[in-house]
Design a protein around this ligand. Structure first.
Ligand code: PLP
Length: 380
């Protein structure tokens, strides 16, 4: 099988599992316990937090471990918006992940917030100027993803953070897809909050982290024993935090090398598909694009049918985001980019993980040509 669905999830790396193992076995303490086992767990958690903070370029006290990207997005958006004294307005984009969109929708429904959904251009890029003109004295938060999960477009976060920051509006960025391939230094990005998720990086599912800059108030969503400095109660998952820290550290230490490698393979895939399937259309930004992300529409086919044909040829990928997969609705991201719903239904996303080789990419290009030909001839 050739796995080209790294944006959906990745396999846990051996080094990550090995780092976690002691904390799933002998060193099973609760970080709140006042005995040696508990104190050792607390130290381990601090070390993991330090590692994450090191990659993000922030203080350890600014990192909250969560159950994943979804929870971190929820905490950032609801937590910051509800704690803000400014008012009831949130700015986000039309192409965010559901974790962001549904959190905003909750604020609208239950707390009377006004939500501005910024449009994007045909490549999926947000206009910094539109961020500027959307800010009001009531704006509590601006949340724009660092990179899109369906088309891989990288957003101009630094510029957005500069514009919002000059009006004292905190900026959150969902960096779930960017983690491991883009610079996550929060000072360089200029953001006040940032979400990451372990399972896109070779850590297990069910762990993530949220950075929130020191002075930004956050209303907790989970109440209880006051763990994670009161921001997220519940006995800490030490092994998962260790796994996330290890995966992030591994990814960061080889980041530039992997980015070079993945971009080369991605470009070969894009070039090969556009050459062998002349009707194929690349979606997303040709230059501001995640290194491992190649997404297309195949007019006169159906994305699901192409996926099935590819799977029969040993290639697994996705018709869009894993969450939207299986639903009949065209992707909100593609529609938000101005792609007609009937074309959006023909989308296929290939996302490359570290293990992919140039030979496999050649095989994928041939399979894509055969699969789209097969679907079109069945349809005729
Ligand atoms: N944000 C983005 C951009 C994602 O791609 C995902 C997962 O696909 C999430 C958030 C949710 O993360 P998790 O699966 O850890 O809840």
């Amino acid at each position: 099988m050739i796995y080209l669905d790294a944006a959906a999830t990745t396999q846990v790396k051996r080094e990550v599992l090995e780092a976690m193992w002691p904390f799933l076995t002998g060193e099973f303490g609760n970080a709140s316990s006042h005995h040696t086992l508990g104190e050792s767990a607390a130290r381990t958690l601090t070390d993991a937090r330090q590692t994450v903070a090191g990659v993000l370029g922030c203080r350890t006290s600014e990192v909250t471990f969560t159950s994943g990207g979804t929870e971190a997005d929820n905490l950032a958006i609801k937590g910051i918006a509800l704690a803000s004294p400014r008012g009831r307005h949130v700015i986000t984009t039309a192409i965010e992940h559901e974790a962001v969109l549904e959190s905003c929708e909750y604020l609208r429904r239950q707390h009377g917030f006004e939500i501005t959904y910024l449009p994007v251009d045909g490549f999926g890029r947000v206009s910094v100027e539109q961020v500027r003109t959307s800010i009001t004295p009531e704006t509590t938060l601006c949340s724009v993803m660092l990179a899109n999960n369906e088309v891989g477009t990288i957003e101009p976060i630094q510029e957005i953070a500069f514009v919002a920051g000059s009006r004292k509006v905190p900026v959150h960025t969902d960096a779930v897809q960017a983690a491991g391939v883009l610079d996550l230094n929060v000072k360089t990005l200029g953001v006040d909050a940032l979400t990451i998720s372990g399972h896109k990086l070779g850590a297990p599912k069910g762990v993530g982290a949220l950075y929130v800059r020191g002075r930004v108030p956050v209303e907790p969503l989970v109440h209880g024993g006051g763990q994670e400095r009161g921001r997220r109660s519940g006995t800490e998952n030490i092994a998962a935090a260790v796994g996330l820290a290890k995966a992030l550290q591994l990814a960061e230490s080889s980041r530039l090398w992997r980015v070079g490698r993945l971009s080369g393979l991605r470009d070969a895939l894009i070039e090969g598909v556009l050459r062998t399937v002349p009707s194929a259309r690349l979606t997303g930004d040709p230059t501001h694009r995640l290194p491992g992300s190649a997404s297309f529409c195949f007019p006169w086919t159906s994305g699901e049918a192409v996926l099935l044909q590819l799977e029969q040829r040993g290639i697994v990928c996705s018709s869009g985001s894993a969450c939207a997969a299986g639903s009949d609705r065209p992707s909100h991201v593609l529609v938000g980019m101005g792609i007609a719903p009937e074309i959006a239904q023909t989308a296929v996303r290939f996302t490359l993980g570290d293990g992919i080789t140039a030979e496999q990419i050649e095989e994928v290009v041939r399979a894509v040509r055969d699969a789209s030909n097969a679907v079109r001839s069945i349809g005729r």
